[in-house]
Ligand binder design. Structure first.
Ligand code: IMP
Ligand code: MG
Length: 176
């Protein structure tokens, strides 16, 4: 099978959306500092572009987690592969995600972070695939709502490939 990437959102479209999101976040956090929690690895590209466009004071930390076990909220377990370096107690935190799919990992991550007593904890995502949702998550800032397609680029991967594409593309598998 050959992999073909079809452009879905151009670099210009993505960047102008991120600028819009940054403006909204700037307004909402006026007079405050914001602590960005970047979820590795996919969100790195989005997080950098967002951070560059914010004018309020910004700090950034990184974490990597996956969920395992039953996918229901009550029994799902969070496997933290890399935890945050610093405490988030008393900080206004914004989780930065590349895409929300089932919502399973993210809802567990939100719950775990909320227990660490941040002053506030919001969520922003570049892409949302609501058709695939299994666990409800409250999203505060959404870039694009997309159909149920597998997408790559702008940080998103397929088998660790394509993260470096400057645009978001739909991945198609075709017979050779
Ligand atoms: P979930 O919301 O817990 O299912 O996890 C979402 C994670 O799955 C994202 O952070 C991505 O790493 C990955 N993911 C979901 N959909 C896609 C996609 O279309 N392309 C690439 N990665 C995806
Ligand atoms: Mg991810």
């Amino acid at each position: 099978m050959k992999e073909v990437v079809h452009m879905m959102l151009s670099e210009e479209e993505v960047n102008s959306k991120i600028a819009e999101m940054a403006e909204k976040i700037d307004n909402d956090y006026k007079g405050k500092s914001i602590h960005l929690i970047c979820i590795l690895k996919g969100s790195v590209f989005f997080c950098c572009e967002l951070a560059k466009r914010l004018t309020i004071p910004v700090t950034i930390d990184f974490m990597s987690a996956s969920s395992y076990g039953d996918s229901t909220e009550s029994s799902g377990k969070l496997n933290i592969k890399k935890d945050l370096d610093e405490s988030i107690e008393g900080l206004d935190c914004l989780i930065v995600e590349d895409i929300i799919d089932s919502g399973n990992t993210l809802s567990l991550t939100q719950k775990m972070l909320a227990e660490r007593n941040p002053a506030s904890l919001k969520l922003c995502t570049l892409l949302d695939k609501p058709a695939r949702r299994e666990t409800e998550v409250d999203v505060d800032y959404t870039g694009f709502v997309i159909p149920d397609e597998f997408v790559v680029g702008y940080g998103l991967d397929y088998a660790q490939k394509y993260r470096n594409l400057p645009y978001v593309g739909r991945l198609e598998f075709v017979e050779e």
